[in-house]
Ligand binder design. Structure first.
Ligand code: UD1
Length: 430
């Protein structure tokens, strides 16, 4: 099992290139099978979740040609299998996007119930509500979701909760339904807009993505396209908090600053200097940061996927911070690990109270999930002494070349897999 070993205490300094948005790319890859023509997708992140989904798409019979690490050509004409049982697909959340894509194109789909990070109960009732509203029969049997329809017909659908996954999934199926679908109370995340733009580039007729109401006029066929995925606001935010926590000076390159507004606002509030450029943002952190209150919310609110990263940063701030997690109920597990490093925090219900400390000390800790794992690496980079992070497989699911990018900013860290390598690292840095 691989681990990260980190010698903390160095401010991160320099420029780092941000890759394509994992969560947009996953949905776009699934949607790419909705045409029989060839689709070229660029600016993909080269991370495990993407590779698992590409294997699944290959597994149902589509042709998948990886041109290089960041681009792929997909052709869905040869798909003959509508049943996705591939074992690994259960581990990724976005497997459910193949339901919307196949239901839209073929009127049938069978996909194993999705897994993903254990950050809460993560129901999919709103996805199923949307598919049923369009006229599909949907059942869950033997651990699979089975959706089938003679015809899909546009409908007026009101979502009871704002869900990124349900918005994108139902949008895909409705793109090829008969007539007009109006989806209300939808998610407005940048990747919802990106998937809508992608589908429109294939000939879909989707209006209003990025607002509360999306209107979709179904089309009979979709066609070829070439598309570049938007930059990953969560990867960018992770490096921005890494700069803040380590008292560094980092410029995240190839980003859309507009997508980072909530993150920038919080960084400024706690005392960082933030400079925005056309496609880059610079974060400078000097001295002790201030405390604040944070509540995670759907976009444009503060993203739940950056909650652990700001939590770790606030653990080193002065005074008392309160974080309220309103999206997923099980997202404070990282605080137990952080306590091993000397942080002071308590959790009650959906809120965590963090009393800032002046220093954290290195310890052996585990990544509980993808974003929490990245946040704990930030803690290790900011702490005195050596930190070993176990279970980094979670981090590799969603961050491309994570340690290489951090090292390019001056982080002293290695990816290791044996006690011998730990001893070697300790000797090297002592
Ligand atoms: C996606 C992201 C994840 C991010 C989350 C919120 C992917 C692969 N994952 O997850 O990284 O943390 O958005 O930005 O893109 N809910 C229901 N019923 C449903 C669907 C959702 O009650 O049918 C609830 C969830 O429990 C949660 C909230 O709605 O409380 C938001 O979930 P959702 O936006 O659907 O998250 P995901 O699409 O799973």
């Amino acid at each position: 099992m691989e681990q990260y070993i980190i010698k903390g205490g160095n401010p991160l300094v320099g420029e780092v290139e941000i890759g394509g948005a994992k969560n947009a790319a996953l949905a776009i890859l699934a949607a790419a099978i909705m045409t029989d023509e060839t689709v070229l997708i660029d600016n993909l992140p080269d991370v495990n979740d993407i590779n698992v989904l590409l294997d699944a798409i290959r597994g149902i019979g589509a042709s998948v040609h990886r041109i290089d690490r960041h681009s792929v050509r997909i052709n869905g004409r040869s798909i003959t299998n509508f049943n996705i049982e591939y074992e690994c697909i259960k581990k990724i959340r976005a497997s459910y996007y193949l339901l919307g894509a196949m239901l839209g194109k073929y009127r049938k789909a069978e996909v194993a119930l999705p897994g993903g990070c254990n950050i809460g109960s993560r129901p999919i009732d709103q996805h199923l509500k949307g598919f049923r509203a369009l006229g599909a029969d949907v059942d869950i049997e033997h651990g699979k979701i089975i959706a089938e329809a003679d015809r899909l017909t546009g409908k007026h659908i009101y979502f009871d909760v704002v869900s990124v996954g349900a918005t994108i999934n139902v949008m895909m199926a409705a793109s090829m339904a008969d007539g007009l679908t109006i989806m209300e109370n939808v998610a407005k995340e940048p990747h919802v807009v990106d998937v809508a733009n992608f589908l429109n580039s294939m000939g879909a007729n989707i209006r209003g993505a990025g607002t509360d109401v999306i209107k979709i006029r179904g089309v009979k066929k979709l066609h070829r396209t070439e598309y570049s995925v938007i930059p990953d606001q969560i990867e960018a935010g992770t490096f921005m908090f890494a700069a803040a926590a380590t008292k560094g000076d980092v410029t995240v390159m190839n980003v859309i600053p507009k997508h980072l507004e909530a993150t920038i606002a919080k960084l400024v509030e706690i005392g960082c200097e933030v400079e925005e450029f056309d496609d880059a943002v610079r974060v400078v952190s000097k001295g002790r940061l201030k405390s604040t209150h944070v509540k995670t919310l759907p976009y444009p609110g503060f993203p739940t996927d950056l909650q652990p990263q700001i939590g770790v940063t606030l653990a080193l701030g002065s005074g008392t911070s309160i974080i309220t997690e309103s999206i997923f109920e099980n997202r404070f597990k990282y605080l137990d690990e952080l306590a091993r490093m000397g942080s002071r925090a308590s959790v009650e219900g959906h809120s965590a109270t963090i009393e800032g400390v002046s220093r954290l000390t290195g310890a052996r800790i585990s990544a509980p999930d993808l974003r929490a794992g990245a946040a704990l690496c930030i803690a290790g980079l900011a702490a005195d002494g050596i930190t070993i992070v176990d279970d980094i497989v979670y981090i590799q699911r969603g961050y491309e070349r994570f340690e290489e990018k951090l090292k390019s900013l001056g982080a002293v860290m290695e990816r290791i897999s044996s006690e011998k390598e730990i001893r070697k690292f300790r000797l090297k840095v002592s």
